[in-house]
Design a protein around this ligand. Structure first.
Ligand SMILES: Cc1cc2nc3c(=O)[nH]c(=O)nc-3n(C[C@H](O)[C@H](O)[C@H](O)COP(=O)(O)O)c2cc1C
Length: 323
């Protein structure tokens, strides 16, 4: 397959794995890259820049294919050591960075000067245009159905992607709700140059998370996610569970008066408990509506091969027969 994204990243298939807290570690990123996609390590899952450097080394020992690093710019007062993480990315010669959250403009000149390809993940056309204007090489356009942070505009991919195709001149990939060959063909038809997947890659053999997390995704239907933190303007789509129901109750009761402290016990620092210890009901963790399309835990290679085969069959048989 050839699209502007396979060319930009030097990969076989236009399939990317989005940065995921506690999931985007060397085991998963290397498996995605080995299978012909673009694997991504999540910088902030590593406590320090030195830990990120070690994780990059670990990933390199598992694959000689290109992989990238996600840098999530969080809306927090005490920011992580972003300059330190960026320096490690440069020192280690990482070829691709996926930025997300706040505008990456501060770090863009350093990354660009070193030849790093920057793909910014955004949920609004105005943000995608901004990313293009400041010099990002590509964008990942995340629709409302996505796991994690869908932004505050609630525009689904079916609308966002054609708008992105009209507005942008740089390559872009479709993110949110992508699971299979149908998703890939649909994304290409809507004008995207490839797909980015989060939730689907969590439910794979190589994802370094507790099996109960994978089974929770397999069991979930398309109606089993909830939006939290809307009043804080930091909306997150998470898998429904009793802790999430409590968050939603508190948010409904307090309305615009809700503060992070009111829900912190179910949100802050829960990823270790969920992803490592498998306490999947202990708090809120990101999950997309696409869980409704996921009913198995394949290896990453089987998943990617299946997506490509299915997409090829749709394009060359089903669509050809229609036209
Ligand atoms: C468990 C989980 C953790 C995530 N953590 C991050 C993160 O730390 N940074 C980030 O930019 N995106 C994060 N995301 C979002 C994904 O990178 C991706 O954009 C999103 O999952 C796409 O939607 P999908 O789940 O429908 O495929 C996370 C998603 C999941 C499911």
């Amino acid at each position: 397959m050839q699209t502007r994204i396979t060319q930009l990243f030097g990969i076989q298939y236009p399939i990317m794995q989005g940065g995921m807290h506690y999931v985007g570690k060397a085991e998963l990123a290397s498996a995605v890259s080995e299978a012909g996609g673009m694997g991504i390590l999540t910088a902030l899952t590593q406590r320090t820049p030195a830990d990120l450097a070690a994780e990059i080394d670990r990933c390199r020992a598992m694959t000689d294919k290109p992989f990238g690093v996600n840098l999530t710019f969080l809306p927090v007062v005490n920011a992580p050591d972003y300059p330190g993480y960026v320096q490690v990315i440069l020192d280690k010669g990482v070829p691709v960075v996926e930025t997300a959250g706040n505008n990456p403009v501060e770090y863009l000149p350093m990354l660009k000067a070193a030849g790093v390809k920057v793909i910014h993940k955004c949920t609004a056309i105005r943000h995608a245009l901004k990313a293009q204007a400041i010099g990002c090489d590509a964008v990942s356009v995340d629709g409302f159905e996505c796991g994690g942070h869908p932004g505050e505009d609630d525009v689904p991919g079916l609308i966002l992607l054609p708008l992105a195709a009209k507005a942008l001149s740089i390559p872009f990939i479709a993110s949110g709700g992508m699971a299979d060959g149908r998703s890939l063909v649909a994304a290409l038809a809507l004008g995207a140059d490839g797909i980015n997947m989060g939730t689907r890659f969590v439910a794979t053999r190589e994802a370094p998370v507790h099996d109960r997390v994978k089974q929770a995704i397999v069991q979930a239907g398309e109606r089993d996610t909830r939006l939290i933190m809307r009043a804080l303007r930091n909306t997150e789509r998470v898998l429904r569970n009793p802790a999430v129901d409590r968050i939603v109750d508190v948010e409904l009761a307090l309305g615009d008066d809700v503060r992070f402290e009111h829900i912190a016990e179910h949100v802050a620092g829960v990823y270790h408990r969920v992803m490592v210890e498998g306490e999947v009901e202990s708090g809120a963790w990101s999950c997309g509506m696409v869980a409704g399309l996921i009913d198995d835990v394949p290896t990453v290679r089987d998943l990617i091969d299946r997506i490509v085969d299915e997409a090829r069959a749709i394009a060359t048989e089903r669509l050809k027969a229609v036209f």
